[in-house]
Design a protein around this ligand. Structure first.
Ligand code: HEM
Ligand code: HEM
Ligand code: FE2
Length: 448
């Protein structure tokens, strides 16, 4: 840790991991309700549990991004955060809002649109949090050294805030409503979040491989170009069946198919940098998460996205378990793994220790990725059976669900494994630290 104010990131990561636990716990409950439908039916119905699961996910991922920004911006800009105090105020507000939302959900206080169920006052609070944050990081960047990493990161973060504003626009016509709902949901994960992902990865590669900044920046700009070129019009893959004009069938199919490109480029980027890299970084666990993240994103978003993105396929697959399979692997592979990569990298510096408990961290990597893969396959098979029985043969929804029980049990089993791997991960980064070995202490100093 070069700058004292980077310590802010430690608390962002801590709060993010707390909500990660809430998310996984709610996921486990939701998975249980799928196989034992009467569990908690009166106390905490499925729709509420699901809301807690998805909302906790989104909030902790954002909190993680904020933490990433507060960690890496000082090192890139070569100065302390403009106002650490504001950063703590921002965290307090966000955490309060998140817990209030979860608490409110259990009391049935929520709105209707998926992922945007937060009551209005929390949506407003999120805007306040975003303004504080953008002011703080933008000033830090503007007054310091400007790098490609910080420019792209800022572009992504400003984009996130901008598209969030569509949460306040709720047209009465449900087709028009959906049109704008995707401005947030799609343009976040397949647009501006990708910019955050690419810039954080670039930072990790600069630090861990020792490859020249100029080389890494060229990759970064190419990835950003590919992401925006494909992702913006790629929104069309959600406009097939909601009453939008017919040309979206073509626009959506073509541009969203191209969305594989930036994810593929990130895989090649990570491997090429590690291959070229002169430096053998002691934090092998962070390296593994960084590379693994590009592969997870490529499969989850790229391959599993492409599976159902052509309008002729989506006609049959829309809103089935195949969608859930893709949703899980994409969010996990891209944004969960990205956060865990930076946390694994930064924690030893934030805690002032040599990279520690790597064996446990690496074990958690393999268990978590394997379990998420099993879950994805279980849901994919469930989806294929569902599409065949329900959409092709015309059986009723519930009749088909009865025949998918085996897949749902496997999903629950793999969910339990995910939960175990999360505990392992948390122990490896937050748990007691062994004495640093003298040989590795020098590796403590940030590279570059
Ligand atoms: C990391 C990036 C991505 C994430 C996190 C993600 C996540 C999701 C989620 C959660 C949904 C379900 C939304 C809902 O209806 O509630 C979804 C839908 C969809 N995604 Fe992605 N996605 C990503 C990238 C992609 C890419 C690159 C493609 C195409 C190549 C794609 C194609 C689709 C399609 C076609 C749907 C609609 C499925 C349906 O009609 O039911 N996604 N995505
Ligand atoms: C970090 C890992 C996880 C991520 C990123 C994640 C993400 C998501 C997302 C994005 C959705 C909405 C899906 C959609 O609309 O298509 C969802 C729903 C769900 N998730 Fe997870 N989840 C994770 C872990 C788990 C675990 C461990 C379980 C436990 C079995 C689980 C069970 C569920 C269930 C049952 C739903 C509701 C599906 C439905 O409505 O049909 N998730 N999750
Ligand atoms: Fe999309």
């Amino acid at each position: 840790m070069k700058y004292a104010s980077q310590k802010v990131a430690y608390w962002y990561f801590t709060c993010a991991m707390l909500l990660f636990v809430v998310q996984i716990f709610a996921g486990g409950l939701a998975g249980t309700v799928y196989v034992l439908p009467n569990v908690l039916a009166d106390l905490l119905p499925f729709n509420i549990i699901r809301m807690i699961h998805t909302n906790a996910l989104i909030v902790w991922l954002l909190m993680g991004f904020f933490g990433c920004a507060y960690y890496l911006v000082p090192e890139e800009a070569e100065r302390d955060i403009e106002s650490p105090l504001l950063a703590y105020v921002q965290l307090g507000l966000l955490m309060f809002g998140a817990l209030a939302a979860v608490g409110g959900y259990t009391l049935r206080v929520h709105e209707g649109r998926e992922f945007l169920e937060q009551p209005l006052w929390i949506k407003v609070a999120i805007v306040v949090v975003a303004l504080i944050f953008l002011y703080n990081v933008s000033m830090t960047v503007l007054k310091g050294r400007k790098t490609a990493v910080t420019s792209v990161l800022l572009l992504g973060l400003w984009g996130i805030a901008l598209f969030w504003l569509f949460a306040f626009y709720e047209p009465h016509n449900i087709a028009v409503d959906k049109l704008y709902w995707w401005y947030i949901v799609h343009l976040w994960v397949e647009g501006v979040w990708e910019l955050v992902m690419a810039s954080v990865l670039a930072f990790l590669m600069i630090k861990m491989t020792g490859v020249d900044r100029e080389v890494i920046e060229k990759w970064l700009y190419s990835i950003v170009g590919l992401a925006l070129f494909s992702g913006l019009l790629g929104t069309g893959h959600h406009y097939y069946w909601i009453g939008a004009p017919g040309y979206w069938q073509w626009v959506g199919s073509i541009f969203s198919s191209l969305e594989i490109a930036p994810f593929f480029a990130m895989v090649i980027f990570a491997f090429a940098m590690v291959w070229k890299g002169r430096r053998d970084h002691p934090n092998r666990a962070a390296m593994l998460w960084s590379i693994g993240c590009t592969i997870g994103a490529f499969f989850g978003a790229g391959i599993w996205g492409f599976l159902h993105t052509l309008s002729s396929v989506n006609y049959y697959s829309h809103g089935t378990q195949l969608t859930a399979a893709h949703g899980h692997l994409a969010f996990f592979g891209a944004y969960v793994m990205l956060n865990l990569a930076l946390i694994t990298y930064a924690m030893p510096y934030l805690r002032g220790r040599a990279p520690y408990n790597q064996a446990l961290n690496i074990a958690s990597f393999w268990l978590m990725t394997s379990a998420m893969t099993i879950m994805t396959f279980a849901l994919t098979f469930a989806g294929v059976v569902q599409i065949q029985l329900q959409r092709v043969m015309g059986q009723s929804y519930m009749e088909v669900q009865d025949q998918l029980a085996l897949f749902y049990w496997i999903r629950l089993g793999s969910g339990v494994l995910v939960a175990i791997s999360v505990v392992m991960f948390l122990w490896s980064v937050f748990g007691p630290v062994r004495e640093p070995k003298p040989a590795t202490t020098s590796a403590l100093q940030p590279a570059e």
